[in-house]
Each structure stands twice: as structure tokens, then as C-alpha cells.
Design a binder for this molecule. Structure first.
Ligand code: PMP
Length: 402
């Protein structure tokens, strides 16, 4: 007889094997105490955080803490419902206006997470007769949004405008096609060739959506991301993003000039049928967005730190992602080495993300590092010294030289 839960036996076994091999759970790390944006006590050990996505270090931004405390006192801990049912707080509308102005768009729509922004937008926009073309390295939320849509979905080769061009050329009606890319890709940290992709998309009369999750606050004029950096923001139809990285809190959004965004508000189930963001979260996002817009020094420090880490790791012979950005992927020769290296770094007080397939491109095991503007020189020295010890370990020399 079939058992509904039988499929989880294998998952549980794999997880138990992982635990046995590593001695702690890389997928269930316990943070005992947060010390600051770049430091925490993890499983009893003081660690430099090199896997937090907290690119600008704004999780303790004084104005955001103050704004969040005030909103908490004034409006309580939560909205207890969706904006459609319970109404919008003026804070939600203020943040939408702020986001629209930030990106120079007429409209902005808030979601409760970046995941929901992608799922909500894609499932609402892409109907039965439409086609969605996504870059093969896109995030799971983009894949899931496609699954929830009734559209035909095609994956084009990662960062390959020619492959996209050929696919669009084969469509009978590219006018109802949507191309989806990311600004900086979450795993390998490489930028999208937005200029070329926007040119191809425009030429075929299709629409373009760019998820700037890892590029908002990180690059571009006014901290607006990779499309703005490439000077083609006006060719992007839908800018999607999250507050869970550089903005330092939680939430998602889409900004666009299309008036249809207001009708999408009435159609996106991930907007309609879930609770809206709590006031304290909205208030802190408003403060950090303003800080990142007006303080380019944050980005300068972030990129200077990214360069130090990337160059340091490259000198040690690690195989890294193709571009020097604040997302630095260190490719492990195999999963076993990945697991032990991740553990060794943690023992040395450095926390990075262990990224395993299917979350990674090409079945690779990666140690995914994300650099922060607030990392001090001492912390970066500590990080590089820990990686140097790994690189010098005899088992590593053996595999890395292969
Ligand atoms: N898009 C991309 C590219 C991401 O990397 C992520 C999160 N890792 C998301 C969307 C989802 O964002 P959130 O954490 O706000 O759900």
C-alpha cells in the first residue's frame, strides 16, 4: 500500500547522513546571539558573518531601529490580515510611494516577501496563452511563480542573449511574452548582461522583468541596481526586489510604470490572500531605503570589501564565481570537501552558506560568501586567514590541484 509520507524517508536519511558527516547541521544552524550586523554567536562560537546577505550592514541602522520602535508603539505588532480585507495602513502606502519614487516609476506594489513578489507577479501576469522565458539560473521563487502560472515556460541559457533571441524569434506572438532575469545572480554572484537582454527583449516586443534582490542597494546610481547601472532601467517593465538583503528587514515589491500594476494588485493571489507587512517592518524599510539612496559611501565600502575578499581567495587558488561582486561563490571540488570545509570555517569563527544542488547551478557544491559594507579590516583578515588554513590543508591541496 502506498504511504503519503514515504517520500520523506529518503530525505530524512540524507539529512541524518549529512549530520553524521559534518557533526552539526549546515541546514539548521543555531544562532545563539546576534552581536551586530557582521557578527553572531553561532552554536557557542563567536563568528564573523560572511553569509548573511546583509550587504550594507543596515540591520542595526539607528534611524531604522527608532522608526521601527515608534511604529510598533503606535500601530502594534502586526496588521493581522491582508490589505484587501483589513485595509492598508498609511505606512504601506507611504512605502509604496517611496519605492515608486526611488525607482522613478509611477507605481509600486508591496508584497510580504520577495518570494511572494515573484510568485504573485508571475502567476498573475502570465496566463494560458502567454510565454515566460526565464534565465536558467533564476531563483526558486521565479520557478515557482512560473509553475503557478498557466503560461508556457522556457528556460534560456544563463546570461546568453543570443539564446534568448533565438527563442523569442521562434514565438508567434512575442508581444505576450515575458523575459525574467536577475540583476546579480544569487549563487554565483555574476551580473546579468541587462543591456543586451533588454535590447533583444525590446526588439521582439516582449516584456522584461528584473529581480534586483541582490543588486538593490548594492550597485547603480541611487542604489537602484544593475539595470540602472547599465543605463537601461527605462527598458525594464517590472523591477522586483526584496527587503531581506540590503534593506535589512523583510518584504518584497514590484515597481513599474504600467498602470496594469494597479489591476495586478487585484489579481495577485500572493498579495490578496496573505497578511500585509507589520508596521515596524515597513517603518524600518523606509529608513534604510532612504539611507542607501543618500549614502553612496556604503556602496563604496561594500565593493572595497568585496575586492579584498575576492582577490584574497583568488590568490589562494580557490575557484570563484566569474565576477568580482559582493556575492562570492567558492566552488568545492566535491560535496564531501564542501561539508568539511564549511565545518572547518565555522570552527574557525567564519560563517558562510553551504549551498548544495539543486539550489546551485551545474550541480556544484559552493561555499557562498556575501560581503558586508560593515565588515571591518580585522574581520576580513580573520576570514582570509581561516580560508588560508583551509587552502593549506593537505586534503585540499590534493583536490585543488587536480
Ligand atoms: N529573488 C532572489 C533572486 C533571491 O535570491 C531571493 C532570496 N534568496 C528571493 C527572491 C526571495 O526573497 P525573500 O527572502 O524576500 O523571500
Amino acid at each position: 500500500m502506498k504511504d503519503l509520507l514515504a517520500k520523506f524517508t529518503a530525505v530524512g536519511r540524507q539529512h541524518a547522513e549529512l549530520l553524521a558527516q559534518v557533526g552539526s547541521d549546515p541546514l539548521g544552524v543555531r544562532v545563539d546571539r546576534v552581536i551586530g550586523p557582521t557578527e553572531a554567536e553561532i552554536e557557542g562560537r563567536r563568528c564573523v558573518l560572511l553569509g548573511s546577505n546583509n550587504y550594507l550592514g543596515l540591520t542595526f541602522e539607528p534611524t531604522a531601529l527608532e522608526g521601527a520602535h515608534a511604529a510598533l508603539d503606535a500601530a502594534g505588532t502586526g496588521t493581522t490580515g491582508s490589505r484587501v480585507a483589513n485595509g492598508s495602513y498609511s505606512l504601506h502606502q507611504d512605502l509604496e510611494r517611496q519605492l515608486a519614487a526611488f525607482f522613478g516609476r509611477r507605481h509600486a506594489l508591496l508584497f510580504s516577501t520577495g518570494y511572494q513578489a515573484n510568485v504573485g507577479m508571475l502567476s498573475a501576469i502570465a496566463g494560458r496563452d502567454d510565454t515566460v522565458l526565464i534565465d536558467s539560473d533564476c531563483h526558486a521563487s521565479i520557478y515557482d511563480g512560473c509553475k503557478l502560472s498557466d503560461a508556457t515556460v522556457q528556460r534560456f541559457r544563463h546570461n546568453d542573449p543570443e539564446n534568448l533571441d533565438r527563442r523569442l524569434a521562434r514565438l508567434q506572438a512575442p508581444g505576450n511574452a515575458l523575459v525574467v532575469i536577475e540583476g546579480i545572480y544569487s549563487m554565483l554572484g555574476d551580473r546579468a548582461p541587462v543591456r543586451e537582454i533588454a535590447e533583444v527583449t525590446r526588439r521582439h516586443g516582449a516584456y522584461l522583468m528584473v529581480d534586483e534582490a541582490h543588486s538593490l542597494g548594492v550597485t547603480g546610481p541611487g542604489a537602484r541596481g544593475v539595470a540602472a547601472e547599465a543605463g537601461v532601467a527605462d527598458k525594464v517593465d517590472f523591477i522586483v526586489g526584496t527587503f531581506s538583503k540590503s534593506v535589512g528587514t523583510i518584504g518584497g515589491f514590484c515597481a513599474a510604470d504600467h498602470d496594469a500594476l494597479e489591476a495586478i494588485r487585484l489579481s495577485a493571489r500572493a498579495y490578496l490572500f496573505t497578511a500585509s507587512l507589520p508596521p515596524a517592518v515597513v517603518a524600518s524599510a523606509r529608513c534604510t531605503l532612504e539611507r542607501m539612496r543618500t549614502d553612496p559611501g556604503l556602496r563604496d565600502r561594500l565593493w572595497a570589501n568585496a575586492e579584498i575578499v575576492y582577490d584574497g581567495l583568488a590568490r589562494m587558488g580557490f575557484e570563484l564565481g566569474p565576477e568580482k561582486t559582493p556575492v562570492i561563490a567558492v566552488r568545492m571540488p566535491d560535496t564531501q570537501t564542501g561539508l568539511t570545509t564549511w565545518r572547518d570555517l565555522l570552527d574557525d569563527g567564519v560563517y558562510v552558506n553551504l549551498a548544495l544542488p539543486p539550489a546551485t547551478p551545474n550541480g556544484n557544491c559552493l561555499l557562498r560568501c556575501s560581503v558586508c559594507a560593515a565588515h571591518s579590516a580585522d574581520q576580513l583578515d580573520h576570514v582570509l586567514a581561516a580560508f588560508a588554513r583551509v587552502a593549506d590543508a593537505p586534503d585540499w591541496r590534493g583536490t585543488a590541484a587536480e
